[in-house]
Design a protein. Structure first.
Length: 183
């Protein structure tokens, strides 16, 4: 069972089918999806969130291959504002999105830190790698702030089109060092 995670301002609750409406409301915005993998359909269909949960996220969680959390403010726990995920895939271990009105407040840095701690501390993984569209400066800043380093650039297809794709990395040792009082 995947646990609920708590940060200073957030509750990260494992996704369930009940999250479909909240995801549908917050996800279907160009500013949310433009730099995501081109596998995301656009325009986003009216049943996109339910289909994603039923056919992709929930089965992967049940198999123990992916871990998906809804992001909620502690002050408004009934409202889903985004999603953060961990995946056991080559060069793709963490992904996230946040509804437009909550962007730019450091919330995703907070959520990312919590699931990165889960990746290294609970799942005991050695390396975390995160791909992102190079023009996605907000996502890049999160990687930089959390001590990740750019290890490679190739090309990727995103909802908005083809862009350079940066692969960011952090090792378990680097994460633990960054959390130590001396780090």
């Amino acid at each position: 069972m995947q646990p609920t995670l708590f940060t200073e301002r957030l509750i990260l609750r494992p996704l369930t089918l009940d999250d479909a409406d909240g995801i549908q409301q917050q996800f279907a915005h160009w500013d949310v999806v433009r730099y995501l993998n081109a596998l995301v359909p656009w325009p986003y269909p009216a049943d996109g969130a339910r289909t994603y949960l039923e056919q992709i996220a929930l089965p992967a969680m049940a198999r123990g291959e992916e871990w998906h959390w809804s992001i909620r403010l502690k002050e408004a726990p009934g409202q889903l504002i985004g999603n953060v995920s961990l995946m056991d895939e080559h060069d793709n271990n963490r992904g996230f999105w946040l509804g437009p009105q909550w962007q730019g407040q450091g919330l995703m840095t907070e959520a990312s830190a919590a699931v990165t701690d889960y990746w290294f501390g609970v799942l005991k993984r050695a390396v975390l790698r995160v791909p992102k569209a190079a023009p996605n400066l907000g996502s890049r800043r999160i990687s930089e702030r959390t001590g990740m380093r750019l290890i490679r650039t190739d090309h990727g297809e995103f909802v908005e089109g083809f862009f350079p794709r940066d692969i960011w990395e952090m090792t378990r040792e680097e994460w633990l060092e960054s959390k130590s009082p001396q780090g």
